[in-house]
Write a protein that binds this ligand. Sequence first.
Ligand code: NAD
Length: 548
Amino acid sequence: MPRFPTEADFPSGVRLLHDPVRNKGTAFNEAERDALGLRGLLPPRILGQDLQVARILENLRDKPSDLDRYISLVGLQDRNEVLFYRVLLDNLEELMPIVYTPTVGKACQEFGHIFRRPRGLYVSANDRGRVREVLGNWPHDDVRIIVVTDGERILGLGDLGADGMGIPIGKLALYSACAGIHPTKTLPVMLDTGTESEQRLQDPLYLGLQQQRLRGDAYDQLVEEFFDAVAEVFPKAVVQLEDFANTNAFRLLAKYRKRACCFDDDIQGTAGVALAGILSALRITGDKLGDRPVLFLGAGEAAIGIGELLVAAMIQEGWREDHAKRQCWFMDSKGLVVAGREALTEQKAPFAHEAEHTGDLVEAIERIKPGALLGLSAQGGAFTRPVLEAMARVNERPIVFALSNPTSKSECTAEQAYEWTGGRAIFASGSPFAPVDMSGKHFVPGQGNNAYVFPGVGLGLIVSQARECTDEMFYEAARALAAMTHEEDLAKGRVYPPLASIREISANIAEAVARVAFDRALAGVEPFEDLAAAIREEMFEPDYPDYA
Ligand code: NAD
């Protein structure tokens, strides 16, 4: 297990207490206090990690709002990273909605107003020509995973500019908590290319560049310079693209996916999670993948990403490509995606089937008779009662995933899904919903949280030092996740395993991903004698080391 770095210039005294990577606060023992010049700088009683965790939880639970809990947790991360990860990992179900969606959305909206200390790297439009230098300022040199955004499409909240930095920070916290990637190997990056948010352009406390977004060549040059600088400064780093706007997301992924080990979590990670949920739901309905059509509300990054992976998965499971595509139907803001519709993007075109156009979701359901309805439209409440009743008419057990985030954008609530389908829906959502008791039955909605998949994928890429991240890796990741959903989860209607087993889930996904890298000659290291052991060896446990 990797330990915290113990360089020659190991800090002592107050510097040590202000070093979040090594600080143990009141848990420094007597010997450490003597050896490291801490005597008198701490209250005399030694409080071990368990008591520190109890104190943190007591404080957090006392806070008046989730945003206050977020601020408090970020403060802890700035003071004492090991304790932060201990608290997060041991209380993941409770705290993931704080460090990630939905609360992180609120935090990003308020970012400039709740700002305490900088975290991560800002590469701005003004840094063109010196991006390498900016990356060189990062204090850790063995960066293995970078999450980068330009803040243009933060969750379902739109362009938040540099305020979107909360997302890479939150995602990387989940990498460390869920997959045990050491925090010093993670790097959040904000590519600040400006914003078109009028509110931010006017806000005196906004922290990003108050200018219109770079577009065209100038934008592409900055991204290019960023990828070149990463290859030079952090050659072993995986790059996760995050919350870019639709057009840039597809474009950048296509441009860089063979040049660097990179993936787009909104497109591919979401697809892996959704596919795993569908594979599990099919165990309840008894259908095979490809038997019934899937209808998507929304045809953006997330929905198309899922469609593409579904097609790849159906082909893997023996269907012909034309059948696989024909089983995926999309509806966007302009209605059903059908052949002949004007100005269809490159991504939608393969899914534009010969059919009559309609803008009415109920009509589309009645015509297509989908086994599954997936919401990725960021249109809160779009799955109305008539929509869900239609799904219940054409299915014994309708699969309904309302995946839009944050909660306010969810296409329906868990309660609505169960109530309007007479308790027959197999429901999952993007943001968490509490269990629902209805007609004497206890339903536990699954959360199609990307955190089930991306940390394990990242870990698998890191361990195998993969040169490329492929769709097959996400297919295998989805199967590994679905395999961990047990019968007792399905009995409660839950299509994902409990988050409490996330470390095991991530390790299994990492193994599946690394296997693909080795099998396809994409790995940058020799195969391990015991891959599972090598993966577990890479995972850090948030326990304090002894320094004296
Ligand atoms: P996007 O902007 O690329 O796509 C949004 C799509 O919704 C577009 O195709 C748009 O035409 C369509 N749309 C808008 N209004 C509509 C309407 N009235 N009816 C039908 N379609 C409509 O965004 P995206 O990245 O695809 O994300 C969409 C949503 O999915 C967001 O809320 C995001 O948070 C969520 N998401 C969830 C997960 C998850 O749960 N694991 C992962 C990724 C994204």
